[in-house]
Design a protein around this ligand. Structure first.
Ligand code: FPP
Length: 257
């Protein structure tokens, strides 16, 4: 692939350049989804509180955004807070919510500079007011950007999302606005919070866990899965290139031969 100066600057290390040269831009995912896991264990290994790991994890989010921008990947979805994460200790939950506010107020300028548009999926209404406002501001301020779409899954659960879609469709059927025959896979997709976003081509989960944990269950029917033992705060641009090289070598058959 022919590299621009910006790409060369971003992937400056020799080892990164070699990986980049190995990649075929023609087979990059259009939509990359990531389950960012292992912040707590990363912090524990250094004898630090869990929130220290979440703070370090923000640097990896920046690594992914910058890399997707430089590679021309159109959609990046990150699992930032699941519907189930509320069951964590109170201090940790409030720390993560505060961290979101801090990071968003600091990063919105950089997101705009990189032409990144932020979208949210999940039940945002249940978030603390400050966090909700910070995200609303970020979404609004980046709404007209035309580069990477960063989809932040917040208080998100795939089963909950499917339930709200089923409720809306059932309502339309009951009202006679839809017939039972209208209920097709595309109709369900169009009622999910990811409506209008192509299904992920590649999903990465860090930290050695090998499950989907209620993330994008409907959308990942044909998604390639990549699992790595690297803990999220250590997952950097070169680790991403390794995942993309692995993806390049997959043969996607979508159930055909
Ligand atoms: C999973 O690690 C991580 C989270 C639940 C929080 C992730 C949030 C961030 C990295 C901040 C992102 C910032 C923005 C602005 C979107 P874990 O706590 O489950 O780790 P463990 O499995 O080792 O306990």
């Amino acid at each position: 692939m022919e590299l621009s100066q910006r790409q060369l600057d971003w992937f400056a290390a020799d080892s990164a350049r070699m990986k980049l040269a190995d990649l075929d831009a023609g087979v990059l995912p259009r939509h990359l989804a990531i389950i960012m896991d292992g912040n707590g264990r990363w912090a524990k290994k250094q004898g630090k509180p869990r929130l220290f790991g979440h703070k370090a994890g923000v640097a990896s989010v920046r690594e992914m955004i910058g890399s997707c921008v430089q590679l021309g990947i159109a959609y990046l979805t990150i699992y930032s807070f699941s519907s189930e994460n509320w069951s964590r200790p109170k201090d940790e939950v409030s720390g993560i919510m505060k961290l979101f506010v801090e990071v968003l107020s600091r990063e919105v300028v950089n997101l705009n500079a990189q032409n990144v548009r932020v979208k949210l999926i999940g039940d945002v209404d249940d978030l603390p007011a400050g966090t909700k406002d910070a995200f609303a501001h970020c979404v609004q301020s980046t709404a007209t950007n035309t580069g990477l779409t960063l989809v932040v899954a917040l208080n998100y659960g795939a089963r909950q999302d499917i339930c709200q879609a089923v409720r809306a469709i059932a309502n339309d059927v009951a009202d006679g606005d839809l017939s039972l025959e209208d209920v097709q896979p595309e109709l369900i997709s169009s009622h999910l919070s990811t409506a209008g976003i192509p299904d992920p081509d590649l999903m990465i989960r860090t930290s050695g866990e090998t499950r989907l944990s209620n993330f994008l269950l409907y959308e990942t029917a044909y998604t390639e899965l990549y699992f790595t033992d690297i803990l999220w705060p250590d997952f950097d641009r070169e680790a991403l290139l390794d995942a993309l090289i692995d993806y390049r070598d997959r043969e996607r058959r979508y159930g055909g031969l």
